[in-house]
Design a protein around this ligand. Structure first.
Ligand code: UD1
Length: 417
């Protein structure tokens, strides 16, 4: 349990480097077992989800260690294909070991994954992809067993561009005989990073970043070195915090094209945004206007993960902003907690309407999930007076040294463990 103490109302000023992407590194950690190889990853954020993935790798028999932002994995020896339930339930991305272990061992036993509670999160598309590649999938109580004497290249048509199902299909397809084409694949930058890693590991894969991805096996390399891309959702979080509190910040080491939709909205809200090749600067006087309806969708549309963040940034914006959540069926849990700061939000089904208020007051709230918790920090930073965010471990799943980095930008915040 952590308590984040915030004294709100400070402008944010200065520069900071953005951490490596959680959603890029987690599939790459699973991918590290597809071929028996040694992997060195750079720019890996120190997060509880990363630590859990490394524990899973060790449980499977690999060497897997993190020192600072470097990770070393030796996956040449794997001793089991079973992942215990208590490891699976800690995070959503544990499900990616399904495709990776199936590729490596031809059999895997695990249970349904955990993760943020954002409504129903089935894994039917993951399972259909494994079946399309020739696996038999059995569900015995909470256990899922996937087996394949040999995997065969296939046409996999995803009815929805699920990020996780695309990644799982890619991982399993690496060990399939012949060519696999995934149609309707997710196009997120994290999938492009997975492709880059797998290519270095010896896989024949192309098309990531488009809707059609082709995979045709691999010739294993003995050693892979890879640097994880910067985290576009963490970058979006800092921009939203400075937009709401007022400030002048520069984020370094980012690819600003990956979060251009967010910049578009912050710009229409009244912020100055200056993107450069490897950085972005935001200047805000903290007086924002409402913006056109924000509709979440698969990349390159507006990301669902940034929906709570932009909402928190616009709580004091003059006028009304509507948010339509199209990815998850229950991703407005943060609105009730944001109301405790004095925000005026009305939720009906998949739409939330925010009427900007003159000021927010410090409050004690509970982090509902990872990005919802970050939204509460943004609200606390722009509220008058003291706030406390009580967090049972959601925020540290996704943000590295968050209180330290915000303090370096001038925020009055500290995290009590
Ligand atoms: C990933 C991200 C998460 C982000 C989400 C959407 C990681 C570790 N997590 O999650 O931060 O919010 O993408 O951008 O990368 N669905 C099904 N059946 C399936 C799979 C998904 O119906 O088999 C549905 C889900 O319930 C959801 C939608 O598809 O409504 C999107 O899910 P998906 O893209 O798979 O998200 P994740 O990979 O879980």
């Amino acid at each position: 349990m952590a308590i984040w103490h915030i004294n709100g109302g400070r402008r944010l000023e200065g520069a900071c480097f953005v951490q490596g992407s959680k959603n890029a590194v987690l599939p790459i950690l699973a991918a590290s077992i597809v071929c028996p190889t040694e992997t060195n990853l750079l720019n890996v954020p120190q997060l509880s989800d990363v630590a859990m993935s490394l524990r899973i790798l060790r449980q499977l028999g690999c060497t897997a260690e993190q020192q600072g932002n470097d990770v070393y994995i030796d996956s040449r020896s794997i001793v089991t294909n079973i992942i215990p339930h208590e490891m699976m339930e800690c995070m959503r991305s544990s499900v990616l070991f399904m495709g990776a272990l199936l590729a490596r061992c031809g059999e895997v036993r695990l249970s349904a994954p955990g993760g943020c509670k954002l409504g129903s999160r089935p894994i039917d598309l993951h399972i259909s992809a494994m079946k399309a590649l020739g696996a038999e999938v059995e569900e015995q109580g909470s256990e899922i067993i996937c087996k394949a004497a040999s995997l065969k290249g296939a046409r996999i048509e995803l009815p929805f561009p699920s990020v996780g199902a695309t990644e799982n299909a890619i991982l399993a397809a690496c060990a399939a005989e012949g060519e696999t084409v995934i149609y309707g694949a997710a196009r997120e930058p994290e999938i492009v990073d997975l492709q880059e890693y797998l290519r270095k590991a010896g896989a024949y894969i192309s098309g990531a970043g488009t809707s059609n991805i082709t995979i045709s096996g691999f010739d294993a390399e003995r050693y892979v070195g890879h640097r994880i891309v910067p985290d576009r959702i963490v970058a979006s979080t800092y921009l939203c915090a400075a937009a709401a509190s007022g400030g002048d910040i520069e984020l370094r080491g980012v690819d600003s094209r990956q979060f251009s939709r967010l910049q578009h909205f912050l710009n229409s809200a009244g912020c100055d945004i200056i993107p450069a090749k490897r950085s972005v600067r935001l200047i805000s006087d903290g007086r924002l206007n409402a913006v056109d309806t924000v509709v979440t969708g698969p990349y390159p549309e507006f990301p669902t993960d940034a929906q709570p963040l932009l909402m928190a940034a616009l709580l004091k914006a003059s006028g009304r902003t509507d948010f339509v959540e199209n990815i998850f069926d229950s991703r407005f849990g943060h609105t009730r907690e944001l109301s405790r700061f004095g925000a005026d939000i009305n939720v009906e089904g998949r739409q939330a309407s925010v009427w900007g208020v003159r000021s927010l007051q410090g409050a004690t709230v509970s982090a509902t999930d990872l990005r919802g918790g970050a939204a509460m920090l943004i609200a606390g930073l722009s509220a008058d007076g003291e706030s406390r965010i009580i967090d049972s471990g959601h925020i540290t799943r996704g943000y590295e040294n968050f209180d330290y980095k915000l303090r370096s930008l001038g925020a009055d915040i500290f995290m009590e463990m």
